[in-house]
Design a protein around this ligand. Structure first.
Ligand code: SF4
Length: 376
């Protein structure tokens, strides 16, 4: 492949397009098996482009009509991506992790306890059920947390001992660098902070691995210090959408926790975890305008919270399965100014100790941050 082909399409633009349009695969078995259903990125495959690993939708409705086709891997595991027949980049797929071959003593495959995200992130959903997933009126419309459980690809409750065993193996066998622990929201007022606390403590006792925990704002801000004292390095509390009307429409249950409560929780958590170690996931393309996302991001950045803005990708089987993805231009209009804001404020994906912002595979944001830094 000649350099001019890569120069013709900047990496951040290519990532934006791949995440909007998805990609077709000549060899569906290449790379790490893609996951269908579950929390976090689903219906995606991890691919490494220009040194950055990104999650590219491959099982979604738009992906079947994508102009992008990923070719068969060569003997070195490299594939070429064609756009409407023209080669635009070379990619590689992260290898299937070795820990996937292991099982617990009672026969549960480690891959049902935690999975590899991106190229070096261990990700788990400690509780694979959610108080908000019980009825259509309450469920977050984008969420597939129950699908992988129903299909038998995961177990509902991962015990601290199971998580510790898998994390140790993933570090020792596959060189995993950080861990994301998310959870469905249980009925209690702590909103999952209690099970995250015991899970983090168990993993940290077994292996030295930076961990990000993710939950809704708990009833009591004292949970932040408990999570940190258990060993959590970073915290994610995910707004998902920023405009109250969009939140009420897309996630009628979770929207009962107001944006104001998220901001008071952020203000309490930043002094505990440090500037830039608290983050929030914002799904662009669900109805928030670019201005609304940028205005909220500016407020978040001002209090030391990293806004991880990702393009919404519909997941098969959810109420939003046929909702369109945002266009690459829409994402560009948000991510370019956002990367500038982050650079000016001194918040960087690379400084985050663990979690989604550090991994960055669900968005082109870190590619934009890299461009801004190189332009300095
Ligand atoms: S950004 Fe978060 S959800 Fe996306 S692949 Fe990375 S760890 Fe997983």
């Amino acid at each position: 492949m000649s350099l001019t082909m890569l120069e013709a399409m900047p990496t951040e633009q290519l990532i934006n397009e791949l995440q909007s349009f998805g990609a077709r695969l000549e060899d569906a078995s290449a790379g790490v098996a893609s996951r269908q259903g579950g929390a976090g990125p689903s219906d995606h495959k991890a691919m490494t482009i220009d040194g950055m690993t990104v999650m590219v939708p491959v099982h979604t409705a738009p992906a079947f009509k994508s102009p992008y086709l990923v070719g068969l891997p060569d003997a070195q595991g490299r594939s070429r991506i064609r756009r409407n027949g023209e080669i635009v980049a070379e990619i590689s797929f992260p290898n299937t992790p070795k820990f996937y071959a292991l099982s617990t003593e009672d026969g549960i495959p480690f891959s049902k306890i935690a999975v590899l995200h991106g190229k070096d992130v261990l990700a788990t959903t400690v509780l694979q059920s959610c108080v908000r997933y019980t009825s259509r009126e309450k469920t977050c419309q984008f969420c597939a947390i129950g699908q992988s459980l129903a299909a038998g690809r995961t177990i509902e409750r991962k015990t601290p001992a199971q998580l510790a065993a898998v994390a140790k193996a993933a570090v020792e066998l596959d060189g995993v660098k950080h861990m994301v622990m998310t959870t469905g929201t249980p009925p209690g007022k702590d909103r999952g902070a209690a099970i995250l606390t015991e899970s983090v403590a168990a993993v940290k006792a077994a292996v030295d691995l930076p961990i990000q925990v993710q939950c809704e704002p708990p009833d009591d801000d004292a949970w932040f210090a408990r999570l940190r004292d258990a060993g959590a390095d970073a915290l994610g509390m995910h707004l998902e959408a920023v405009t109250p009307e969009v939140r009420a429409r897309i996630m009628p249950g979770k929207a009962q926790v107001s944006v104001e409560r998220y901001f008071s929780a952020f203000a309490a958590a930043v002094p505990v975890f440090g500037k830039g170690q608290v983050s929030t996931y914002i799904l662009a393309g669900l109805g928030d305008t670019p201005n609304a996302i940028l205005e909220t991001s500016a407020k978040l950045i001002a209090i030391g919270v990293y806004p991880f803005v990702v393009p919404f990708v519909p997941i098969s089987g959810t109420p939003l399965a046929n909702h369109p993805t945002p266009t690459p231009d829409f994402m560009h209009g948000i991510l370019q100014p956002l990367a500038k804001m982050l650079l000016r404020s001194g918040l960087n994906a690379t400084d985050i100790k663990a979690g989604c912002g550090k991994c960055g595979a669900c968005s082109a944001l870190s590619a934009y941050e890299r461009v801004q830094k190189n332009d300095l």
